[in-house]
Ligand binder design. Structure first.
Ligand code: GP9
Ligand code: MN
Length: 630
């Protein structure tokens, strides 16, 4: 009996010592877990992704592993400091989230000067509840002292090293599984970080900041290697040649003094224009306006990892999207020679309007970087009708019109719609559009969504006309990118009675571009191959703006029909080159074409053009050129 009791006593003793010796680790894991999960709950608006427990546990193990390298006395201090840092990050992120519905990034902090608005309203976004994130720090302070006093022996270095390695490798391994899954399901999410809240919901806060820092450093390293002098000269010479606008006499200066209204429509893909489903027009309003506009029916979108934000970038700057990720995110610290800045130099008032949270696609930072005077985002609208991601197009366009009526003239309004965004289902209850046999399919849902947006655009354009705004404005309306992704291409081809191949795929990667002039002047159809890179040069000619750093062409002057896609595919007017299969097609007939020396030369030139644009962004060359560099 005595023996059993003694044994029991030993076991309890052992457990007590084990717990006491590792009390700092146990507390650290529990506390950080509670804090990270509570943050996830706060940002997941009712829907917490339970699987986030796994990456959160992985990141705690990684943080913890480093503490194991220290002697116990210092280990507790290390963990205490990590706790302080994590708590500070979480509270900062929560405050940022309350304002921008987004998560802080290194780039956003670096551009803090561009974030006017949050800094001035820290009071309004701080919450007494946030103090709870720091509560444990006070409670644990005496414990740290007692622990340090009582802790006599220290584990030898080799044991510390081994335990570090084991825990570190387990943490990294668990994370690797999560990252692999994310990159398989959404290949660009980790690099483009388009929807950061969503990403944080899948990988947890600590991992998000690690990925963000990695992306940031990666770009910084790329940028730090300075370009050879000759390369800079070549880029300068290319831009000089491309921006030589002496022959651009058509439409020259016709916009001077007039307002400019650019409407970027979410997922407005070209095939819906003048097309019917179940015997009804899909876009009756746009079809009506197409007849009153100069309509470009071979206008290609060129977005890459930055999706909507790439369409904005190209249309406002005529530079190509970033090679990977989103330029709106990676290059938010750059100088831009944007449409807004050029119009501001002509005393225009410039504003961007969009009914989603300000932080989405880093717009709060990027609109400032592009010199918009004001950005009217979610906080500037009365969110009286929400569909999908944000304010409904109906309410957004109505409220935008009221705002525009008060703008100081002349102005540039950049309007970005939202409701026709994937997955297109939310809109069904806002109208009854019978898509017949396509009911319940991906394409059917899209047709309903774009039919809804078409009705709102029709009303908006009619109001601009009724209120006399059109009389003194030029309007450009275009789609930002595809609606039907490659996974669902089969549905598009069935709808269009086309066969599914690379040539037809490209043939459908068009978005409509409508240019409207007062009194419906110049109405007609232009079939030239054009693209989003061309909008700014075309408008620059109309508004007599200087052309310095644009890669695109003026659509209304010259005969170039060059369209270069980010993946290296291109159209030269006659041929289509598909980079992923290294194949050429005749653009008219779809027949395969052999590579000729001329085509090979074009391929090399266009690849170089993309590289020049990458260099321009990577090395912030506009700033250098403006400061007289090279
Ligand atoms: C969000 C909207 C959507 O504000 O612009 O972006 P997308 O997902 O289409 O790139
Ligand atoms: Mn979009």
């Amino acid at each position: 009996m005595r023996f059993i009791n003694a044994k029991k006593g030993k076991v309890f003793d052992g457990i007590f010592h084990l717990l006491f010796n590792n009390i700092d680790i146990i507390l650290f894991c529990c506390i950080i877990y509670v804090k990270l999960m509570s943050y996830e709950k706060d940002i997941s608006s009712g829907y917490l992704n339970k699987a986030v427990v796994f990456p959160i546990a992985a990141s705690i193990l990684i943080l913890l592993s480093f503490s194991l390298l220290f002697k116990e006395k210092n280990r507790i201090s290390f963990l205490y400091i990590v706790d302080i840092v994590i708590s500070a990050i979480l509270v900062t992120d929560l405050m940022y989230y309350r304002y921008f519905k987004d998560i802080t990034t290194v780039a956003a902090i670096r551009n803090a000067k561009l974030l006017q608005g949050v800094s001035s309203s820290v009071g309004s976004v701080a919450n007494a509840k946030d103090l709870y994130y720091f509560l444990d720090l006070f409670i644990l302070l005496p414990l740290e002292k007692i622990y340090k006093r009582k802790k006599k022996s220290a584990r030898p270095l080799i044991r510390r090293l081994v335990s570090f390695l084991v825990i570190f490798v387990v943490g990294i391994g668990m994370n690797a599984v999560v990252f692999y899954r994310v990159s398989k399901e959404q290949p660009t999410l980790l690099t483009a970080m388009s929807n950061r809240i969503y990403l944080t919901n899948i990988i947890g806060n600590v991992n998000f900041h690690l990925v963000d820092s990695y992306n940031y450093i990666n770009t910084a390293i790329k940028n730090s290697k300075s370009l050879p002098e000759q390369r800079i000269k070549d880029i300068k010479a290319f831009l000089k040649e491309n921006n030589n606008s002496t022959d651009e006499t058509n439409f020259k200066g016709i916009g001077e003094g007039k307002n400019l209204i650019v409407i970027q429509v979410e997922a407005l893909q070209g095939f819906v224009i003048n097309q019917k489903v179940n015997g009804q027009e899909i876009t009756p309003n746009l079809n009506r306006w197409v007849n009153k506009c100069l309509y470009f029916d071979n206008y290609f979108y060129q977005v890459a990892g930055g999706n909507t934000s790439d369409a904005e970038l190209m249309s406002n700057n005529s530079v190509y999207p970033a090679q990977s990720g989103a330029a709106y995110y990676t290059y938010s610290g750059n100088k831009y020679d944007s449409l807004a800045s050029a119009l501001k130099d002509k005393n225009y008032y410039t504003a961007a309007l969009h009914g989603n949270s300000e932080g989405f696609w880093n717009r709060n930072v990027m609109y400032k970087a592009q010199s918009f005077d004001d950005f009217f985002g979610e906080h500037s609208f009365n969110i009286d009708e929400k569909i999908g991601l944000g304010l409904s197009d109906r309410s957004f366009l109505n409220q935008s019109l009221e705002k525009m009526k008060k703008f100081k003239q002349p102005y540039y309004s950049f309007i970005v719609t939202l409701t026709s965004h994937f997955p297109f289902e939310a809109v069904d209850k806002y109208g009854s559009f019978n898509v017949g046999e396509y009911e319940g399919t991906f394409i059917g849902n899209y047709l309903k969504a774009i039919h809804y947006t078409d009705a709102q655009l029709g009303e908006f354009l009619d109001n601009l006309e009724k209120d006399g705004i059109m009389q003194n404005s030029i309007i450009a309306l275009y789609g930002d990118h595809f609606a039907i992704p490659k996974d669902n291409a089969q549905q598009l081809f069935k709808f269009e009675n086309e066969s599914n191949n690379d040539y037809t795929w490209f043939k459908y990667q068009k978005v409509p571009l409508l240019l409207h002039f007062p009194n419906d002047q110049y109405a007609g159809v232009n079939h030239k191959y054009t693209c989003q890179m061309d909008l700014y040069p075309t408008l620059a000619n109309m508004y007599n703006l200087p052309r310095k750093y644009m890669f695109g062409k003026d659509m209304l002057n010259g005969d170039s029909q060059k369209v270069i896609f980010r993946n290296g595919s291109f159209i030269d007017g006659e041929n289509l080159y598909v980079s992923w299969s290294d194949t050429y097609y005749n653009m008219q007939t779809g027949a395969k074409v052999n590579e000729t020396p001329k085509l090979k030369k074009e391929k090399d030139e266009y690849t170089k053009e993309l590289q020049y644009s990458d260099d321009l962004l990577n090395h912030n060359l506009i700033e250098e050129f403006d400061n007289g560099g090279a």
